[in-house]
Design a binder for this molecule. Structure first.
Ligand code: IMP
Length: 179
């Protein structure tokens, strides 16, 4: 098995780039079908989702648009629907069909707050795609992604946009922390 070292920790390959490509194409196909006749606005959550969003959008055949946000959530504020946007939304979302593009949903705290915010701002619909989902770690059920690349056990992963202390985002495959 192929391993990598990121910031002195060893990770084993979990998904190859070929496996990732297959999973991403499958998600895109579902979105293309479900959103036929609509013009969704994809909202890519930086930094982690940059690779997933890039690959996903290449397979989207709809007249789609994409924009980017960077979020920081705090336990106290997210429960009231407030999220701190380090990079705020740049486009109006009133009456838009929003598809949030995330790298991973863990506890769901970040997405819980953001979904609530988008609805309050007047989005017509809000759905979530996350390349990875850790169902056993979920604490906010409304943050369950509709379109999931792969559900994984509660373990720490890096690569394909995901970082360990800001390193490892550039890896083409996905790696899991070695036990
Ligand atoms: P949540 O708010 O608990 O769902 O956390 C979501 C965010 O935590 C993701 O957008 C990632 O930035 C980070 N995160 C959660 N699990 C992992 C992981 O296994 N590797 C890298 N980052 C992670």
């Amino acid at each position: 098995m192929q391993s990598v070292t990121v910031n002195n920790l060893v990770f084993d390959e979990y998904l190859s780039k070929e496996e990732i490509a297959t999973l991403v194409a499958q998600v895109a196909e579902r979105i293309n079908t479900d959103y036929a006749g609509r013009e969704p606005l994809f909202v890519c959550v930086l930094n982690g989702a940059f690779m997933y969003a890039s690959d996903l959008l290449k397979h989207i055949t709809l007249p789609a648009e994409i924009t980017f946000v960077r979020l920081k959530s705090y336990e106290g504020t997210a429960t009231t629907g407030k999220v701190n946007m380090l990079i705020p939304l740049q486009v109006p979302i009133q009456d838009r069909d929003i598809i949030i593009v995330e790298d991973i949903v863990d506890t769901g705290l970040t997405m819980h707050g953001f979904i609530q915010y988008l609805k309050e701002e007047g989005a017509r619909s809000v759905e979530l795609t996350s390349f990875l989902f850790k169902p056993d770690a979920l604490q906010y059920p409304d943050a369950t992604p509709k379109y999931i690349g792969k559900s994984i056990p509660t373990a720490f992963v890096v690569g394909y946009g995901l970082d360990y202390d800001e390193k490892g985002r550039n890896l083409e495959s996905l790696y899991v922390l070695k036990k």
